[in-house]
Every structure is written in C-alpha cells, then in structure tokens.
Design a protein. Structure first.
Length: 301
C-alpha cells in the first residue's frame, strides 16, 4: 500500500470512529431534550441541521468552491432525496420515538442498522457469506447485552409500542442513506455531499412543519440551547461528515458494523462521567461485539 493510500485508509477509519464516539453520547442528550424541553421533534431536527449546514457550506466554498456545486439536476434531486431520507426522516422518527420510549429502546436504532444494511445489500445483488451473517447476528446479540436489553433473566425491554416502530424506521432511513449513497459520495466528495444533505434535511423539516400547520419553534431555554448546539456540533457536524468521509476507505459491511459500537461508547462514558458501573453482562456484550467483528470476511463489502 502506497503512503498516500495508507494515509487515506487510516484517515477513513479515524473519521468513522469520530462519528461513532459522537453518536455514542447522542441518545442521552436527545432523551433529555425530548423529555425536559418543549421543542417538537421537527423543530429539534430543523434547528440541528440548519445550524450545522452553514459551517459545512462555508468550509466547502472557502476551500473548493467549484467542487461544492452539484453537477446537474440529477445530482440536486439525489441530494434532496438523501437529505429527506437520511437527515430529515431519520431525525424526525428518532425524536418522535424518544418522546415515548426509554433511551434503551431508542438506542436499539443503532443495533438495527447493520442488519438492515445487510438485507439492502443482498437485495442489491451483493454476495453475502455465512461469516458475514453470523458476524451481524452475534454483534446484535452483544449490543443487546451492552444496552441491558438482554441479560441472564431474558429480555428487559419495556413493552414494545409505536415508539419502537419509529426507532426501527429511523434506523431503516439511516441504512438506506448509508447503503445507497456511496456512489454519490465517491463522485461528489464527502464535504459537498454532507453539506447539501444536511441543508436539505433542515429545509425538509421546515416544510414539514409548515405543511402540518405547526409553528416553527426555536430554542428558548438554556437547556434547549445547550442540547441543540451539542447536537449540531457533534452528532451532526463531526459525525455526519466523518461517516461520509469514512466511506472512501471503509467497506460498507465494516462501516455498517460499527453501528454496534455507540452503545459501548455510551456505557464507557457513563463510567467516566456519571459514576455508573458496567455489569458483568455488559462486559460480556462488549467482548461479543468486538469478537464478532473478527468474523467479517476480509474482503467484506
């Protein structure tokens, strides 16, 4: 591997892990905002994206002005649709889920994605091995253990409700965004793709609020501002760009598998910052997730 390719490979993995760490601390913040704040889900998503998009666009036009503009009407339509699915619908469904279900249930959104990406890839004609299927299944089981949704006494999820369906559909939106955007990300570049899909995501949510007859609610309290700025800077700003930048050097199978790791980050953050402890079952889940990644074929795509 040449020095330039090696640098790109390691940079892609670094960006992927930056995204995972940011998403690992997203769910507690979103849970706090939806249960303690007064902003509806669409307003939360719109504020999050419309605060992030100008920074993306400014950075892009300052460094690569001509490359920031899509190449034609087809690209504009594609970016608008990916913004609708991967930004607007994903966030709207997730925040609606967090209004009514515990953060553990909502966090399962991350655990659904690798399985959904695997199914989408199979439907698209990608070759799948038993090792790939076994790895995803084992990773899902480990993720359940880390989230304390499963232990020696069985499943510990709260009774499934409409909120859980929202979480599943939110994950499906992200799986579609991850699995089907790779050619466009590769052709346009990660920064233009991220900037325009985030902007379109915010605009779609504004349109949704207007169509529903709802007023556009802006943050009012200190809590709401702190949560929104955190969501804009980290789970949107760093994580969205990092995830798209990672697609240059990380295969689809390995990238989607990383969705099992945000719960691990959440558990470790709880120990470091909130004095929580990791149970034996959670340690087992961490080990299962880490080991199950080794089952992925080396050339898994």
């Amino acid at each position: 591997m040449s020095g330039r390719r090696k640098y790109g490979f390691y940079a892609s993995w670094l960006w992927a892990w930056a995204a995972i760490v940011c998403w690992g601390v997203m769910f507690p913040v979103g849970d706090l905002l939806m249960k303690e704040g007064n902003m509806p889900p669409a307003s939360v998503g719109a504020a999050r994206y419309l605060l992030s998009a100008p920074a993306f666009l400014a950075a892009g036009f300052a460094t690569r002005r001509r490359a920031m503009l899509p190449h034609g009407l087809r690209d504009w339509i594609s970016l608008s649709l990916f913004g609708l699915i991967g930004s607007a619908a994903m966030a709207l469904l997730l925040f609606h889920a967090q209004e009514s279900i515990p953060s553990v249930n909502a966090s399962l959104m991350e655990a659904y994605v690798p399985m959904q990406v695997l199914v989408l890839a199979m439907l698209g004609g990608s070759r799948t091995t038993w090792r790939h299927v076994a790895s995803v299944a084992a990773g899902f089981a480990g993720c359940l253990l880390v989230l304390r949704a499963l232990d020696g006494s069985g499943f510990r999820l709260a009774a499934l409700s409409r909120g859980d369906l929202f979480a599943f559909l939110s994950a499906l939106c992200w799986a579609i965004y991850t699995a089907w955007s790779r050619p466009l990300v590769s052709r346009l570049g990660s920064l233009p793709f991220t900037a325009w899909t985030v902007l379109f995501g915010g605009l779609w949510l504004v349109i949704w609020q207007i169509a529903c007859g709802d007023g556009i609610v802006v943050p009012r309290t200190g809590l709401e501002w702190r949560c929104i700025l955190f969501l804009a800077a980290f789970p949107t700003g760093i994580a969205f760009y990092g995830w798209n930048a990672a697609q240059k050097g990380v295969s689809l199978a390995r990238l989607s598998f990383l969705e099992y790791f945000p719960p691990l980050v959440s558990a470790i953050a709880g120990v470091l910052f909130f004095g929580e402890r990791i149970t034996g079952w959670q340690w087992l889940g961490i080990a299962v997730v880490i080991l199950s990644q080794r089952l992925l074929p080396r050339d898994a795509e």
